[in-house]
Design a protein around this ligand. Structure first.
Ligand code: AP5
Length: 183
């Protein structure tokens, strides 16, 4: 399954709960990149300034990272959080899933209006201090989402895999909508 949506929509929160209840692996490219940054790896050094600006890390680096993660999995039951984010990533994922014989069960588009996204991310900045949760970078992340990730909505709509989830409300309310859409 894939969780799609703008920054702050609640993809990570909902993907973690669903993965834990279904016994799936949650694969978040943002979390993996932050692990590389914390470990000061070559990829982390390259990705950090890009993430701090709110831009996307190049597709080839993301795809190599995802391939490596998938290769290490015992069972192909995965919830992708924040991946794919470009049409090129989506096409590469389709190819990879076909090679591995994995079926895409659904794409959950969690949508929330922009002012609420900014409010949530600024609130998280006060609690956790993620380096890309400042107003300038948040605005850039939202722009990048509109320009480079939103085209995936029509891409997955055309395959019939897309489910729209209203992301406003409490995390429990949103989760109920997700399980309802999947059943
Ligand atoms: P990534 O880590 O994927 O961040 P993001 O997409 O900007 O999303 P967030 O994690 O900020 O939001 P979310 O929708 O997951 O919401 P969350 O549950 O956390 O990417 C970071 C960067 O890495 C990118 O900018 C890019 O540079 C790079 N990157 C990552 N993947 C890439 C890729 N595939 N290709 C290229 N580059 C890539 O919730 C947000 C906050 O809201 C939390 O504080 C949460 O507690 C709160 N919250 C959640 N649900 C609710 C609710 N219902 N009501 C109130 N508050 C809520």
């Amino acid at each position: 399954m894939i969780f799609l949506g703008p920054p702050g929509a609640g993809k990570g929160t909902q993907a973690a709960r669903l993965a834990s209840e279904l016994g799936y692996k949650k694969l978040s490219t943002g979390d993996l990149l932050r692990e590389h940054v914390a470990g000061n790896t070559e990829l982390g050094q390259l990705a950090k300034p890009i993430m701090d600006r709110g831009d996307l890390v190049p597709d080839d680096l993301i795809l190599a990272m995802v391939r490596e993660e998938l290769a290490g999995l015992e069972a192909p039951q995965v919830i992708f959080d924040g991946f794919p984010r470009t049409i090129a990533q989506a096409r590469a994922l389709d190819k990879l899933l076909a090679e591995l014989g994995i079926r895409l069960r659904g794409v959950l588009l969690v949508d929330v209006e922009q002012e609420e996204l900014i409010r949530r991310l600024l609130e998280r900045a006060h609690k956790e201090g993620r380096s890309d949760d400042n107003e300038a970078t948040i605005r850039r992340r939202l722009e990048v989402y509109t320009q480079q990730t939103q085209p995936l909505v029509s891409y997955y709509q055309s395959t019939g895999a897309l489910r729209h989830i209203e992301g406003l409300g409490t995390p429990d309310e949103v989760y109920k909508r997700i399980t309802g859409a999947l059943s």
